[in-house]
Write a protein that binds this ligand. Structure first.
Ligand SMILES: *Cc1c(COP(=O)(O)O)cnc(C)c1O
Length: 224
């Protein structure tokens, strides 16, 4: 058995049943993705539009592709026909662009709103005020070709477990309040995407139900 399929199997045994595993295959070749596919994995995450499009074209059509990286508005059109979840939506302008491309493709595109929970400046995402503004805007209410499926966030990159746990706890808390206030009767608002190779165990303890794991499955990357 390959190390990729071993890692997939180990993770599946380890993760609670309600936690969705997104295998982050960015920078990794199609052969490795196929090893994961043959081990039963069907959800893969990429963070670059061109790479996502190329892989989608050449790999099996029952793969569900998640866009997990920062997405530019002018590139939405390339992934709109097939993407199954966009994790990194962090502005009304981006959501408007996704809605427009969703309409062109006659589909409703599932999205997660990305929250800024880390102390690092470099990580994208909304703060709570911006999140509530977005959800309450007239514009947002008029979008019929996007569907908000939940929230996503990335913790600070640190060995301080308490700090990471605290950031995930904050996001879980926001998730619960947003669900109660804006999506109470809406079952589709159900995903809390948090946790990567280095911190998914903490994330799951803090209530994550979607983890995005790359290097623990496919090995270290040479570049991000
Ligand atoms: C690369 C990436 C991951 C996976 O990172 P690993 O440390 O390799 O597990 C998860 N989420 C996002 C947004 C990423 O860009």
């Amino acid at each position: 058995m390959s190390s990729v399929s071993q890692s997939i199997q180990k993770l599946k045994e380890q993760l609670p049943g309600e936690v969705t595993l997104v295998a982050v295959s960015k920078t990794k070749p199609n052969e490795m993705i196929m090893e994961a596919y043959e081990a039963g994995q069907r959800i893969f995450g990429e963070n670059k539009v061109q790479e996502l499009v190329d892989k989608q074209e050449s790999l099996p059509k029952d793969i569900q592709w998640h866009m997990i990286g920062h997405l530019q508005r002018n590139k939405v059109k390339y992934i709109a026909p097939f993407v199954s979840l966009i994790h990194g939506v962090d502005s009304l302008r981006l959501l408007r662009a996704i809605n427009k491309e969703g309409a062109k493709n006659e589909r409703i595109i599932p999205c997660l709103l990305q929250m800024h929970i880390a102390s690092e400046e470099t990580k994208f995402g909304l703060d709570e005020t911006e999140l509530f503004e977005l959800l309450e805007s007239q514009d947002f209410q008029s979008f019929s070709n996007v569907e908000i499926r939940g929230l996503m966030g990335m913790a600070t990159f640190t060995d301080d477990r308490e700090k990471v746990a605290g950031e995930f706890r904050t996001l879980k808390n926001t998730f619960e309040r947003v669900k109660e206030k804006y999506f109470k009767e809406r079952e589709e608002f159900s995903f809390l995407s948090m946790g990567m190779s280095s911190d998914y165990e903490i994330a799951v303890e803090e209530g994550s139900n979607m983890v995005r794991i790359g290097s623990s499955i496919f090995g270290e990357r040479n570049y991000v």
